[in-house]
Design a protein. Structure first.
Length: 204
């Protein structure tokens, strides 16, 4: 059964990532700005003191404006750092100058400036993924890094920014998959009300 689920995930991951890669740069940037703007207006952002986000790849929704807002608002911002196979940690980003291009052309904090952030203290994590469902399911990128990390981020609200086509009714799940708490798309904002389903709440 597990092999069947993994095969389903692999097929779906390829389909969603291909569709995401085909979004034009102008549309990607427009949606990125819209979602960041909506997120900055939420109580979740206002009340979070320590946030973790991802350093976007070119075909992902871009979070530069979120980074800038965190710097301006005095938030502690962290991004992932791969520390070993299958394991990542959170590293503080004090400013844009602390970043440099790392592996796979993804920005990372310069080695001499790295300050690790305790996962248990993070208030909110912006979680990447290929697709999400209305039950809190997440189709990751296949490495399992976030599933392992989020087990330690016990108090963090886990939210995903996504295109509308990335939010579906159901995704295949395995026992180790960590659920997320919210998904924000240009049209809707789904938020978990229990362990089984989301509800639609008004966007800011």
């Amino acid at each position: 059964m597990s092999d069947d689920i993994q095969s389903q995930k692999k097929i779906l991951r390829r389909e969603f990532l291909t569709r995401r890669a085909n979004v034009s740069r102008n549309e990607r940037d427009r949606v990125s700005r819209e979602l960041v703007r909506k997120f900055l207006a939420t109580e979740l952002y206002r009340e979070s003191k320590i946030l973790m986000a991802y350093a976007s790849r070119p075909d992902e929704l871009q979070l530069t404006e979120l980074f800038n807002a965190c710097f301006v608002d005095g938030k502690i911002l962290a991004i992932p750092l791969i520390v070993s196979k299958g394991e990542m940690s959170a590293v503080e980003v004090p400013n844009f100058d602390a970043l440099e291009l790392g592996a796979f052309n993804i920005f990372t904090v310069k080695p001499e400036l790295r300050k690790f952030v305790d996962a248990e203290k993070i208030d909110c994590v912006i979680v990447p993924g290929a697709a999400f469902d209305i039950h809190g399911g997440r189709l990751g990128l296949g490495g399992g890094y976030y599933d392992r990390f989020l087990l330690h981020a016990v108090k963090a609200h886990k939210i995903a920014f996504a295109y509308d086509f990335q939010l579906v009714d159901n995704l295949p799940k395995e026992f180790h998959d960590v659920k997320i708490d919210s998904v924000m798309t240009p049209k809707i904002f789904w938020h978990a009300v229990d362990d089984q389903k989301f509800r639609h709440i008004a966007t800011p």
